[in-house]
Design a binder for this molecule. Structure first.
Ligand SMILES: *Cc1c(COP(=O)(O)O)cnc(C)c1O
Length: 371
């Protein structure tokens, strides 16, 4: 099966093979593997050994976003969120349920937020301490630019939390030149093409130390993850992790480096996304985004107007041809979402586009313009 969803993604067989071992997380053979992952991740994010630390947690991206919000902001803090997609909406809910105050900045889910918009919102509300932003909006496929938004945040003397869950590993990020970013978070199962199960934060050490006591949660306190590492070594996890997934992540980092790192991975995903975008047009379908706003992570396509189209039936029929896409959409208009990330190449995407065309034909979908 070809998995074309924006996480968990298609993985390589040598990575899956690493999962087939029983290991103990605290074993002295494994500790250096975990400590090495933390160093490597910090380096890839542009963090310095003196300034930044990798602070992992068990679990998924939402857990990391919650941990970031809880750790780096105090209860009652006002947090500006550019609202251009489904993951921004999830962030708004997380922020509220953590007892912080989300300040939504309305932006359509078809384009990135601009530095001017963020600067204006910050100028209008001096009580806002942090901007929390989604880098790659996996709802629609747009990309918000952390360099541009970060500059606006820095100029306003505020701080930033970055959800880089479906971005980091493929899209560029250099924390070394963005001191306004307290923390960025991502997971093992997206652009690093690892197994799901481990979340990562890369955070400023000074802010992590200064934030002790904010979290109101032991499990989600990244400052506690930091002090635990100081006390018990960088090879020690606080509670039992998905250790096989963590071990496989070391292989994922090796495969990432062997491919040529972030730039090479971005180039492959960009080609995948372009083939999907062009393929949709060639089949008479309408992509959701203008080409200039189409990111490399996920391509969303308007569901066809034809009365014979139903998303779940289409997804099932396409699956019988060997391609699995999402069976839900979370754009403002009804769409199909197709992942461009994972261990997939142009050959796989061409196969998928043919399968999509054959499925539409077999279902008798002739009116293919946007519903
Ligand atoms: C995938 C994703 C998440 C987290 O999803 P989980 O299902 O909790 O792993 C958060 N933000 C973005 C932008 C994502 O793409």
């Amino acid at each position: 099966m070809l998995l074309l969803i924006p996480g968990p993604v298609q993985t390589r067989p040598e990575l899956r093979a690493v999962m087939g071992q029983d290991i103990a997380p605290w074993d002295n053979d494994f500790r250096p593997v975990y400590a090495g992952i933390r160093d490597r991740v910090r380096d890839l994010a542009g963090g310095g050994a003196e300034t930044h630390a990798t602070l992992p947690l068990q679990g998924c991206g939402h857990f990391m976003v919650e941990a970031a919000v809880r750790t780096y902001t105090a209860p009652g803090a006002r947090i500006l969120i550019p609202m251009n997609g489904a993951y921004a909406s999830r962030m708004e809910r997380l922020v509220r349920e953590c007892g912080r105050v989300p300040v939504p900045l309305p932006v359509p889910d078809t384009r990135p937020v601009t530095g001017e918009e963020v600067a204006a919102a910050l100028a209008a509300d001096p009580g806002i301490g942090h901007v929390a932003m989604v880098y790659s909006e996996t709802g629609s496929g747009i990309i918000n630019d952390p360099a541009e938004i970060g500059a606006a945040v820095r100029n306003a003397g505020r701080r930033m939390i970055l959800d880089a869950v479906s971005a980091f590993g493929a899209l560029p990020l250099d924390l070394g030149v963005q001191p306004e970013i307290d923390v960025m978070v991502f997971t093992s199962g997206k652009c690093f093409e690892g197994m799901p199960g481990i979340g990562f934060a890369v955070a400023r050490i000074d802010r992590t130390v200064a934030s002790a006591g904010n979290a109101g949660s032991w499990c989600f306190d990244l400052s506690d993850v930091y002090t635990h590492a100081l006390r018990n070594s960088w090879g020690s996890f606080r509670f039992t992790p998905a250790v096989q997934a963590l071990n496989a992540f070391a292989m994922a980092l090796e495969l990432h480096a062997a491919e040529g790192g972030q730039a090479a991975r971005l180039a492959r995903y960009q080609e995948n996304a372009k083939l999907l975008y062009d393929g949709a047009l060639s089949l008479g379908l309408t992509p959701y985004l203008e080409r200039k706003h189409q990111g490399p992570v996920i391509v969303t396509i308007h569901q066809p107007a034809d009365r014979a189209f139903a998303l779940q039936a289409f997804v099932d029929a396409l699956k019988s041809r060997g391609v699995l896409i999402s069976n839900f959409h979370n754009t403002q208009a009804p769409t199909m979402r197709i992942g461009a990330i994972g261990a997939v190449t142009a050959t796989d995407i061409k196969f998928a586009v043919e399968a999509i065309g054959a499925t539409l034909d077999a279902m008798g979908i002739s009116r293919r313009e946007a519903a």
